[in-house]
Design a protein around this ligand. Structure first.
Ligand SMILES: Cc1cc2nc3c(=O)[nH]c(=O)nc-3n(C[C@H](O)[C@H](O)[C@H](O)COP(=O)(O)OP(=O)(O)OC[C@H]3O[C@@H](n4cnc5c(N)ncnc54)[C@H](O)[C@@H]3O)c2cc1C
Length: 382
């Protein structure tokens, strides 16, 4: 089947987060009629916090007249020993942003009529070159291409690749942000202008950097100090760790504001024992740490006829790569370029997209595994 500019090429996307929105932007620019279905009904809660700015995302925003993306900068790194001291400094400028800032910049570039909040895709089926997607309300939408950007727990991936499972990597990421105005004066100069790392005594490590404020402000005084601490949690303890203050057990994360008080107290006590005193003070000052489990997902295929898996729905890479959003942006750009250069043959374009996705996804996955295994005590078993 061919795709011409005058043909109404319809694309349905499940997931309105980073990967879904990147694809909506690039495919709309090509002239496709795009609808994003996001199961979350209201405003999207910030599920992440700090993100290291990567070129692929900036390029996508620039190429599509989207953004600007607010970001903070630092001039170098500080490597700390858990025993204390000022650590080792290294010049290495870096830029940081936040999940909210990325989401806001991408969402602003997708018109309201292309985005359906509170609309889950429950199943997909295809006949010839058409894909029928069943929505949560029972209705069915038909399109020429279906892009599954529904994240690490992707329902579409489960349907297409039932044997592929998200594997627990053996550790979790405790995360937190502290408004800059609440950062104690003895901590501020230590963390300001630095990407700070501390190894932990029993394995794992913590890192911290300034990110834009909740409203995207980047001036000194209005930013947030963001931290991530990778902590080993045995499989046996995971269910308990993922139980929130109301007693509800979550699948893979404890959203901000739901962490039980005793878990916060335990985390603070552990920080005093395990990491650099200034990092421990940062953990103590943070009001509502939250948690994400670290998962591994690899797929042997991303393309099933006219159904394409993308973003975390395809590969979930370790966060040490700081590459998840870059991967999502790269995949969206690759798909758009392939469709543009093979306008006469959508299926050829999709096949070349899949090849590049598998190459990039596998390479980033392996890199993340190597970085993670350097830090984690429980070695990956696959
Ligand atoms: C601890 C941690 C730190 C990280 N740090 C970084 C970093 O520094 N830099 C970086 O680049 N990346 C980082 N990442 C990864 C990054 O957040 C993701 O890779 C990136 O945002 C791409 O996500 P996505 O859009 O594919 O999936 P998600 O963000 O998970 O979005 C999936 C969306 O699909 C929706 N959805 C789910 N099911 C359905 C359905 N059936 N129908 C409709 N909608 C559905 C969900 O509500 C959600 O909005 C980190 C991840 C973790 C866990």
């Amino acid at each position: 089947m061919s795709w011409h500019a005058d043909h109404d090429f319809r694309v349905t996307i499940s997931g309105g987060s980073v990967a879904g929105l990147c694809n909506a932007i690039t495919l709309r620019k090509l002239g496709a009629a795009v609808t994003v279905h996001e199961r979350v009904p209201g405003p999207m809660l910030a599920r992440g916090a700090g993100i290291v700015v990567q070129r692929e995302l900036i390029q996508l925003l620039e190429d599509n007249n989207a953004g600007p993306l607010p970001f903070t900068t630092c001039r170098g790194r500080r490597y700390l020993d858990p025993d204390g001291g000022d650590g080792v400094l290294q010049d290495m400028p870096q830029e940081f942003t936040s999940w909210e800032a990325i989401h806001k910049a991408l969402r602003a570039a997708v018109p309201a009529e292309c985005y359906r909040a509170g609309s889950a895709v429950t199943a997909v089926s295809q006949a010839g070159s058409k894909v029928a997607a069943t929505l949560g309300d029972g209705s069915i939408v038909e399109s020429d291409l279906f892009v599954a950007a529904d994240g690490s727990g992707s329902a579409v991936r489960r349907q297409m690749l039932p044997d592929v499972e998200a594997r627990y990597a053996g550790y979790v990421a405790w995360r937190g942000t502290l408004d800059e105005r609440d950062v104690p004066s003895d901590l501020f100069p230590f963390f300001n202008d630095r990407f700070t790392f501390s190894e932990a005594r029993s394995g794992g490590h913590m890192l911290a950097y300034f990110i834009p404020g909740p409203d995207g402000a980047v001036t000194v005084g209005s930013r947030r100090l963001n931290w991530v601490w990778y902590v080993h949690v045995s499989r046996a303890d995971l269910a308990h760790t993922l139980t929130d203050k109301s007693g509800v057990q979550h699948r893979s994360s404890l959203p901000r504001g739901t962490t039980p008080d005793r878990a916060i107290a335990d985390l603070r006590a552990r920080a005093l024992r395990e990491i650099h005193p200034k990092m421990a003070a940062l953990v103590s000052e943070t009001p509502d740490p939250f948690l994400q489990t670290i998962l591994d997902v690899t797929v042997p295929k991303t393309l099933f006829g006219r159904i394409l898996l993308t973003g975390d729905a395809a590969f979930v890479v370790r966060p040490h790569t700081a590459g998840g959003t870059a991967k999502a942006a790269y995949e969206a750009s690759v798909l758009a370029r392939a469709l543009q250069s093979a306008r006469a043959n959508v299926d050829v374009a999709l096949q070349s997209t899949e090849r590049l996705q598998l190459e990039y996804g596998n390479a980033l996955y392996q890199y993340g595994l190597a970085l993670g295994n350097r830090w984690s005590r429980e070695r990956n078993t696959d």
